[in-house]
Write a protein of this length. Structure first.
Lengths: 72, 569
């Protein structure tokens, strides 16, 4: 799986999840501050905030755990 | 399911993507192409390109094994089936997958792996000779690209309905993306992307059942709402309604589920369809190759949570009643097939919606990459390398594989446009694909477990099983009443036909293989080493700790499988 110099797939997944986490969390916070005129069902749970936060945490963990310097 | 009717029925797009959603989708496309470009430098030999260097860990191979099967149409199709038939659709994930995946890992994988074959047709060549190999390779290659085209067209229709995207745009953008990353990195790139896609599918789809259960008031609240909405409780039990064809919405008997689905169809697909077996062949050693399907089975058992449960929640929670495609086309109502996007739109705001749509696209692309990479391997090794140019340097086959990837995608695109013109082709090709699966399982199984099976028997058994399947299918097409004879009940419905046809064609394949074997000369045992049980020295696992043994984890998965079936009995 790890040929010399190859970055782990989990690190790449981590990078994408960090970006997604920031975007979803940001969109969730914006919706919290500026509620939309037609909110989805259960909007009061602010799923964007906690799901975006979860995605961000998973992404950061993968980036840290599988960073190229560690897996070489 | 017929997605064309879905398009005709759709009054307008189901969801509207905001700016952040578009960025999420665009990032996904950039990442998958980036992975392909990055991995090109590591795919320098045929082994790298076609089998990912045979260097995958059990986890990567196992996740890829499941992801290659977890296409978007699979997600949407089975959510739709759950809306129509209730929890019975779960059988296609549990009894219709788990035993077969465990059997592949524990019983069959040693022979595939020790024989060092590149493909399932390659195993047939080693075991039976060129006849059986040629028959299975040509049928597999043809059906794989045709099915890929049909899936491509269906997915473009889904994008049209869900997002309002132009069909041509969806077909070309998604297929060329897959073509680029598989062309560059081969199976290595396909597997990397499948693991990424698997994670995205879960993150994008998992929120629907969580929020759905909160809204419904938990499992009990959901079942009460279903009972109130449909007036009966047989949508939430797996087995208790299968005692008779008339007692369940699928019109199927438990024998069809257990023998037709759970044994023949499921074992045929999960143990001999090279699309999924190729992922396991990429494992770095025999231990990883045995563990990969077991890990895959563990994840496969959880998939109903993101596929079947949203369908059930749709019955319980959606304010409108979804209808069949023909009714939807006539009335403009939403059809069963739209249940998953409807649930997505119900709960997801900006950002989450983009993630959910990305999950659907990821599912589509993982399925297509699976088809294309398997096609390139079988074409290069089992057709081109076997019948067109037998001895060429590895670099030549590597180039052929790369170009096959592009050609496979172009044929798929052509099929997609052909289907657009002649919709009935879709049904015929889907039926054609099913013709080969069950008999192939009979041929491979006897080949691995019975050393008396001969070369001629392998070929004639496979041919007889396939032709009998075609014959039964044509019989029902010409005379629908024949379904009652094939399924052994006048109350059987369409779902039952596939199960019983598979069962009969497998029985015929096995019977012909046995009879021809007994009438022809077997191979000497020395030629069967590494290919057949009883002639192959399997590595001992006694030195491993209990928790390192594949059989231990297979038993754990098996126990969970039994418990889940009892809970939802």
């Amino acid at each position: 799986m790890h040929k010399p110099g190859m970055v782990s797939i989990w690190f790449l997944i981590g990078l994408l999840l960090v970006a997604y986490g920031i975007l979803i969390l940001g969109a969730g916070i914006y919706e919290y501050l500026v509620p939309p005129s037609q909110p989805p069902v259960l909007a009061e749970l602010h799923a964007g905030i906690w799901w975006g936060g979860l995605v961000l945490v998973i992404g950061v963990f993968y980036c840290w755990r599988f960073q190229p310097a560690k897996t070489k | 399911m017929n997605f064309a009717a879905l398009w005709l029925a759709a009054p307008e797009r189901l969801v509207h993507l905001g700016g952040v959603d578009v960025v999420i989708v665009a990032l996904y496309f950039a990442m998958v192409i980036g992975i392909g470009i990055y991995l090109k430098r590591f795919a320098t030999t045929g082994e790298d390109f076609f089998l990912a260097g045979r260097d995958m860990t059990a986890w990567i191979a196992g996740l890829s094994f499941v992801a290659a099967n977890l296409g978007a149409l699979e997600l949407m199709g089975w959510a739709s089936a759950a809306y129509q038939y209730g929890i019975l659709a779960t059988h296609w994930y549990w009894v219709g997958a788990i035993p077969a995946m465990l059997f592949l890992g524990i019983v069959m994988m040693p022979f595939y792996y020790i024989s060092k074959t590149h493909s399932v047709p390659g195993y047939l060549r080693l075991r039976y000779g060129e006849g059986a190999r040629g028959l299975s390779a040509i049928s597999f290659a043809a059906m794989t690209v045709l099915m890929s085209g049909i899936n491509m067209y269906s997915m473009a229709l889904v994008m049209k309905v869900v997002l309002g995207w132009d069909i041509n745009f969806s077909i070309w953008v998604s297929s060329l993306t897959v073509a680029i990353y598989v062309f560059l990195g081969g199976l290595l790139s396909a597997i990397f992307n499948e693991v990424l896609q698997f994670v995205l599918i879960w993150l994008g789809a998992l929120l629907i059942p969580i929020l759905g259960l909160i809204e419904a008031g938990g499992w009990n609240g959901m079942t009460q709402r279903i009972a109130a909405n449909v007036g009966k409780g047989d949508y939430v039990h797996l087995w208790r309604t299968l005692g008779s064809f008339q007692d369940n919405p699928m019109g199927i008997h438990w024998t069809g589920i257990v023998l037709g689905l759970g044994f023949v169809t499921s074992f045929g697909y999960w143990t001999t369809d090279f699309l999924v077996v190729q992922r396991v062949l990429s494992a770095r050693n025999l231990h990883a190759a045995k563990m990969a399907p077991i890990i895959g089975a563990g994840f496969k058992m959880m998939v109903p949570f993101i596929v079947i449960l949203p369908g059930l929640l749709g019955i319980a929670l959606l304010p409108e009643k979804l209808v069949g495609e023909s009714v939807a086309a006539a009335t403009g109502a939403h059809s069963y097939n739209e249940v998953l996007p409807l649930m997505l739109a119900r709960y997801c705001g900006p950002g989450l919606l983009g993630l959910g749509i990305t999950a659907l696209m990821a599912g589509f692309m993982s399925g297509m990459a699976g088809n294309v990479s398997a096609f390139a391997t079988v074409w290069t090794y089992d057709i081109y390398g076997a019948f067109i140019r037998k001895r060429a340097p590895d670099s030549h086959y590597l180039n052929v594989g790369r170009w096959c990837t592009l050609i496979g995608v172009l044929i798929s695109i052509g099929t997609a446009y052909l289907v657009m013109q002649f919709l009935s082709i879709m049904d015929y090709v889907q039926a054609l694909f099913s013709f080969f699966i069950a008999p192939l399982f009979g041929t491979v199984l006897l080949g691995m477990l019975w050393k008396r099976a001969t070369s001629a028997a392998g070929f004639w058994g496979l041919l007889a099983g396939t032709l009998s399947s075609v014959g039964m299918w044509a019989w029902v097409k010409i005379n629908p009443a024949a379904l009652g004879i094939i399924a052994l009940s006048p109350h059987a419905k369409d779902m039952a036909e596939n199960m019983y046809r598979a069962l009969w064609s497998w029985i015929i394949c096995v019977a012909v293989t046995v009879v021809v074997s007994l009438a022809t000369k077997p191979k000497p045992a020395s030629e069967l080493a590494g290919l057949v049980y009883g002639c192959t020295e399997l590595p001992s696992e006694r030195e491993l700790k209990l928790t390192q043994r594949p059989i231990f984890w297979a038993a754990v998965v098996c126990a969970v499988f039994v418990i889940l079936n009892l809970i939802f009995w």
